[in-house]
Design a protein around this ligand. Structure first.
Ligand code: UDP
Ligand code: MG
Length: 334
């Protein structure tokens, strides 16, 4: 029988993770060592301010499968993942958090599903440990809202932990947009997708980089990237207000015709002016959100700049079926 040697890439965005990196690397290598696949681990250092980079460099010295992408500053997790996906050479790519909230032990199950022909296998948490009730509730509401108004159904209780087939990665790599709401993009590309259930552990060490302000912005990002519902909301509100004002106007005219014109009208006038002004301002705000997007998209800036890209040092003599040279340097500026 013909033996086909596949390679799997693990993409790990890291930002100030000095406390967990050692443990993480140990656990992921334990998993990878058991696989009968060639592998590479791409750490994307997202502008860490602690000694994350030097820890990574040490790890790379000891493990030839490790590659490091050192971004020139902190670009945020979404862009860090994108950079990793651009450089990943594997036939399948796993995106995983460094904080051990995504158990690496799940990878063999992800690979099984991939070999059964699925393109995107995402890990869906059946339980959220170590997160406040408020965070759970807001997350739930966000997914419900996205499902209700967005054009795409983003799977609930799913992080970025997932396995992507080569063609899914290629599809993602063709997307050049600046506003990269990855959870949405993963779903948007389509192909055969499947969820597998797991129990999410609390953060191993260090602290979450997300505060509520970030999460709020994240939610706005998700909604405005995938839905024009807020725009419609503005126009409906405008319509409603205009109708209200019109009826009120007729009422005033009729009343004046019937009862004459006392020296009044100041209260109603000021109310109408303020109300209309408020609605107009709000509509302008929503429009501004989209105009801002058009502005950044039309600039077509590269998504990131890489300070330094250290390739993995292991020899690459294995034959790989689907990898194309052309894919290697798509997007991004080096
Ligand atoms: N991360 C990143 N850039 C950032 C923030 C976070 O690369 O600006 C990485 C972080 O190192 C971790 C992953 O993204 O590997 C998830 O971050 P975190 O655990 O803070 O998010 P949470 O699990 O709370 O959603
Ligand atoms: Mg985390």
């Amino acid at each position: 029988m013909q033996q086909v040697e596949y390679m799997i890439s693990i993409v790990v965005p890291v930002y100030n993770e000095k406390e967990v990196l050692g443990d993480f690397h140990e656990r992921i290598t334990q998993v990878l060592d058991k696989l009968s696949l060639d592998s590479e681990i791409i750490y994307v250092n997202d502008g860490s301010e602690d000694n994350t980079l030097s820890i990574l460099t040490k790890i790379r010295e000891q493990d030839a499968r490790v590659a490091i992408i050192d971004l020139s500053r902190n670009f945020g997790k979404e862009i860090a993942m994108t950079a990793g996906l651009h450089k990943a050479e594997g036939d399948a790519v796993v995106v995983i958090d460094a904080d051990l909230q995504d158990p690496p032990e799940l990878i063999p199950r992800l690979i099984d599903e991939w070999q059964d022909g699925y393109d995107v296998i995402y890990a869906k948490r059946s339980r959220r440990e170590g997160e406040s009730a408020f965070k759970k509730l807001t997350a739930h509401l966000f997914y419900r809202l996205m499902g209700a108004i967005g054009q795409i159904k983003i799977p609930e209780d799913t992080g970025d932990y997932r396995l992507l087939s080569r063609r899914a990665v290629d599809a993602l790599n063709t997307l050049q947009e600046q506003h990269r709401f990855m959870k949405g993009l993963f779903t948007w590309i389509g192909y055969r997708q499947k969820a597998i259930l797991y129990e999410r552990d609390p953060r191993h060490a260090g602290e979450s980089k997300w505060n509520y302000w970030h999460l709020w912005n994240f939610a706005i990002e998700g909604i405005t990237s995938y839905s024009s519902a807020p725009l419609k909301l503005a126009s409906y509100l405008g319509l409603l207000t205009a109708l209200g004002a019109f009826s009120y106007g007729i009422f005033i005219v009729i009343r004046t015709l019937l009862y004459g014109e006392p020296v009044q009208g100041y209260p109603s006038m000021i109310v109408v002016i303020l109300f209309l002004g408020g609605v107009q301002l709000m509509s302008i705000g929503v429009l501004g959100e989209y105009v801002g997007r058009i502005f950044t998209e039309t600039k077509r800036r590269p998504l990131y700049f890489i300070n330094n890209f250290s390739q993995r040092r292991a020899n690459q003599t294995q034959t790989r079926l689907t990898q194309t040279e052309a894919q290697k340097d798509k997007g991004g500026c080096v």
